[in-house]
Design a protein around this ligand. Sequence first.
Ligand code: HEM
Length: 314
Amino acid sequence: MDKEIEKQVQQLKEKYDAIGQDLDTHLDGLLHSKPMTYWDYIQTDALLNLQVQRTVLPDEMVFIMYHQINELIFKMILWEIEQLAYNEKLSTNVFTNKLERISRYFDMLATSFTIMQEGMEVEQYLKFRDTLTPASGFQSAQYRLIEFCSTELINLIDYRFRETIDRNTPFEHAFEHLYWQAAGKDYKTGKKLYFLEEFEEKYKDQFVRTMKEYNRINLWTKFKTLPKVDQENVKLRNAMRHYDHTVNVRWVMSHYGAAQKYIGGGDIEATGGSEWQKYMHPRYQRRIFFPDLWSQEELDNWGIDNLTGHKLLT
Ligand code: HEM
């Protein structure tokens, strides 16, 4: 037998011995297994059967598919963040490369938003959105998970309550003061709206688990635990700033632009029922994952000029 094959058989034997399995049986299994095809591997049949319209309006298909693409990319982002978070021997190079990779995904989401903004007829949108009420993109759990994994909880707390919350605050209490709670409440009575109640019913346990899991390994804490000299690394700082700006200004502005086009300027309510215009603009919302990496001037101008803060450090 070819030496290389002999070595492989030996390795396989060791692999199966280690888990108490019989190599013969596995080799027989290999003999009968079906050759791989693209469609089985990528699961194209399953994937392409997930687009189910709720109305007869053709542009609803664009809406569904673009959201699904977003969710897939969110999943890729979370996948990469997890690799970074659990890496115990991070070099600035690995940190920077991974972060740039994550940013490329988010860049894609920010630049492709024109698919939404220019992609549908307003008349069609205004019809199919009625059928989708009260569902909302607000209920994207992965978007929230990305935030929990990216920064310390305090940076996701509604500014009005920041002084009352610190590292000793129970997670459940902090959860009730996350910035996005405001969009899901009747601003006069403070009562949670239906779409927020449903969202929490489904995901709150997972959110609190993730808040705890990433408490000490989120991207911001990870960065701050690097040696001081690494924290000064310009390439890494630029990568951090780019990510922060892309998620919290560029994407938010693209999203805001789409909302303006379809439901802006009038009395039209968001499908979720929020006071969205007061809530969505980065200038008011001021979500910032890595606050110490911005100058005072950049912080003061956050979200005012779309490009502010995007400049590269040298
Ligand atoms: C025509 C397209 C879109 C419009 C008009 C729109 C509109 C809105 C509005 C009005 C809100 C505020 C909450 C509410 O519903 O009351 C919202 C929230 C949200 N939407 Fe969209 N959206 C669009 C596309 C998308 C897409 C493609 C995604 C990607 C998953 C998305 C993700 C989100 C998220 C994550 C939030 C919560 C944002 C936050 O808390 O700041 N939206 N959207």
